[in-house]
Design a protein around this ligand. Structure first.
Ligand code: ATP
Length: 238
């Protein structure tokens, strides 16, 4: 569903992403780990078509994201660390607006059903987004993905700043989407959450995907060791 082929982004004098080959299948949750500057956000921005690659290609649902940007956007939902919603509109109004952009005309009861499925409490449906916690805003993001019937979900540090309960709830929502066959790519610094939700985990450094694991094949402590080894922190912790 999500595929990159030698995807590369160079800025003057700097390689932000270096020949990334990545595949995220339907129902997979691929978590990308890596220190600041490793290339995670660059990967997501390339997949969203926000920036153009220097070399290589990327596709979503078989469509080249740079050549068919409009078409790919229809099947992709994106949740960054701080989701851009209209603060003076309610949750229902925001969902109505963003699902409308995606070409879905939904009734009020359908909109409410998606918000409920995303775990938002009923009392919050008609409150302005400006009164929402970050966890509640992220639930609206999931509701948008559900309403769009997104096939691919791109997440850039979506649990950063969430309390453990909200982060856990977010992880459970990702599992729900996974069961629907959504392919998810999530950049995160949270090794624990990655191990909890991922089917596959990759560790990036200096724009390169250095290691890849099937999540079931590795324990949290092994993952932490692999991460630290990749970051060259080995000497400091041993
Ligand atoms: P973080 O965890 O801090 O979000 P990241 O893994 O998402 O980090 P990127 O934001 O993808 O890292 O950055 C990868 C590299 O590319 C960094 O060295 C960054 O400085 C560089 N970079 C990103 N955007 C630009 C730009 N517009 N111009 C020049 N260099 C850039």
């Amino acid at each position: 569903m999500i595929h990159t082929n030698n995807l590369t982004k160079r800025y003057e004098g700097q390689v932000a992403l270096d020949r990334l080959n990545l595949t995220v299948k339907e129902g997979d949750i691929f978590c990308l780990l890596g220190a600041n500057g490793a290339g995670k956000t660059t990967t997501i921005n390339l997949l969203l078509g926000f920036i153009a690659p220097t070399e290589g290609s990327a596709s979503i649902d078989g469509m080249n994201v740079f050549e068919s940007n409009k078409a790919t956007k229809k099947v992709v939902a994106y949740i960054p660390e701080n989701l851009m919603l209209y603060p003076s509109l309610t949750a229902v109004e925001n969902l109505d607006y963003f699902s409308g952009i995606a070409g879905k005309k939904l009734s009020t009861s359908q909109l409410e059903a998606f918000l409920a499925e995303a775990g938002l409490q009923k009392e919050a449906f008609r409150k302005r987004i400006s009164t929402f916690s970050k966890g509640m805003r992220q639930k609206v993001g999931i509701a948008i993905a559900l309403a769009k019937d997104a096939k691919a979900l791109l997440l850039d540090e979506p649990t950063s700043g969430l309390d453990p309960k909200a982060s856990n709830e977010f992880g459970q929502l990702l599992q729900k989407l996974r069961e629907k066959g959504v392919a998810t790519l999530m950049a995160t610094h949270d090794l624990f959450r990655a191990k909890e939700v991922a089917t596959h985990i990759g560790i990036m450094k200096d724009g390169q995907l250095k290691q890849q694991f099937t999540a079931n094949d590795i324990s949290l402590s092994e993952l932490e060791k692999a991460y630290l080894d990749t970051m060259d922190y080995k000497e400091k912790v041993s």
